[in-house]
Design a protein around this ligand. Sequence first.
Ligand code: ADP
Length: 651
Amino acid sequence: MSAPILDTLLVANRGEIACRVMRTAKALGLTTVAVHSATDRDARHSREADIRVDLGGSKASESYLQIDKLIAAAKASGAQAIHPGYGFLSENAGFARAIEAAGLIFLGPPASAIDAMGSKSAAKALMETAGVPLVPGYHGEAQDLETFRSAAERIGYPVLLKATAGGGGKGMKVVEDVSQLAEALASAQREAQSSFGDSRMLVEKYLLKPRHVEIQVFADQHGNCLYLNERDCSIQRRHQKVVEEAPAPGLSAELRKAMGEAAVRAAQAIGYVGAGTVEFLLDARGEFFFMEMNTRLQVEHPVTEAITGLDLVAWQIRVARGETLPMTQDQVPLLGHAIEVRLYAEDPGNDFLPATGRLELYRESSNGPGRRVDSGVEEGDSVSPFYDPMLGKLIAWGEDREQARLRLLSMLDEFAIGGLKTNLAFLRRIIAHPAFAEAQLDTGFIARYQEQLLPAARELDEDFWQAAAQAYSQSLVRRERQDDPHSPWAAVDGWRSGLPAQVALHLSADGQDRAINLQTLGADHRLQGERLLVEHQGVRREHRAIRRGDTLYLHWQGEMRSITTYDPIVAADASHSQHGGLTAPMNGSIVRVLVEAGQSVEAGAQLVVLEAMKMEHSIRAPHAGIVKALYCQEGEMVSEGSALVELEQPA
Ligand code: ADP
């Protein structure tokens, strides 16, 4: 049988994974086809493709989830194969079938394997038969409250409710005791219905302090299947992975083999082909339990590539062409250690709400041995509210874990992002944390060290304002010289001398304002290129200072602070017109209103539930009080910042 021709590949995805897949495709000499929504017309993945096809629309449901449009795009561009990336349609058996029916190649497993693992309940039943250990729980058909109540009673609290169709940590709720069960079940079912179009749930024993250890498997079309070692993805926030590494620290060779072989059994039980991941929970006693199988390339595949030297996308293409796997299990390399962090546009200081806006400043870390950045954006790009807000991934490899960790820290330090909030500083605090350095990994890590990882916003200190004022005024002088040689600032000889007396600089940084009299500034800070040199008691330090438009970005105490000037008169006006109510933290729709005007509520009571980015966010009472007014109703769309509830403090 001759191998099918595969010289043109369409990537049915966006962002970093589309860029990453196309990079290998290009390296192998393939022609790349990108698809994009109207919003993504100029997104990096479409800019980088040889051919691009406009799907129209903005929402994923109008673009990246349109099976017919994607197949038409492949036909029109001459692509013989479609790579689904992760998310979107990557685990949609209907998509795999439609591709096959159109005479094209799906770079993923057979539709039947996706079906087998598509429902967490069905997958668990299957694994039970294949002899793979499961977490105690209930994964049956009956979905009434009573069934869940008695199942939870039987396995013992705390329990975890999971959407059978779930993924990405969504539709999952921990229930501590029976009093929370009804509310948690209803809310999880609603979330599951809106995210996956399927409200069915299962319930499991909620393991305390487990590790998430998963096995990368790879199968060809001839019945061969390998495990390419494991990844530890225990550092999670709300059941979503934040940091991933390979190999799993402290995992013995015997356990690796046992888990690897269980994973291969799981894959073979469903006739798997291509790249897949079998996820396990590992408890402190070294027992492991099957959680689910992801039938696609994972976000975190680069750490496996780093320790094996293999290119998994290249393997996907080869397997699709009918080639056999190029090695045996004993030949699979395991070299050194790799750690990856996921960089998101989100606000860690505000419950990790996704951030949108323009990347006014975006600079990646420099290239070098053991450093890899997989990203999907460039400076000037915008992050829209329509898709997952991940910007990219930073991956560091080292001969041992500590070398990888230090390398990753220096990459995080070199990254500079401005214009929207990101989790960069949060990631840095995780990787720098002593418990992380000691590889004390379990899924409770972030919650346990929350106070250190998410420090309360501190008042910016005097040293900062001095540095900010000096850096800002020097960058202003420099810019005026370049832009307008006749400006009075440009005439200033040296940056300070000759400044008009009593000039105050009104600076804003991190939501704080400060007026600083230029005459009182010291001269111990010098801006040189993009470095602010600060000399203090004979020690000279450098801080990065990058100007974009009217904003100066200054790297200070591990974070990029954006510094702008403000008009003191406008600021005074605005502070009088502020609304006293609770506002929508982002654009979304109101799914529930739980209070009425006149009602008194306890501190922390749920007032309104807002759905945004497919997640439910509760708006809770910051203090006890009486609901004075309600400004929203169920079903209504609200925009960020609009008032929802007005709460009065009781007299
Ligand atoms: P998803 O498909 O949404 O990613 P998973 O079933 O893979 O959901 O679970 C995601 C994470 O939730 C796991 O990595 C783990 O941290 C946590 N988790 C899942 N099941 C359990 C459990 N039974 N006990 C404790 N933690 C769990």
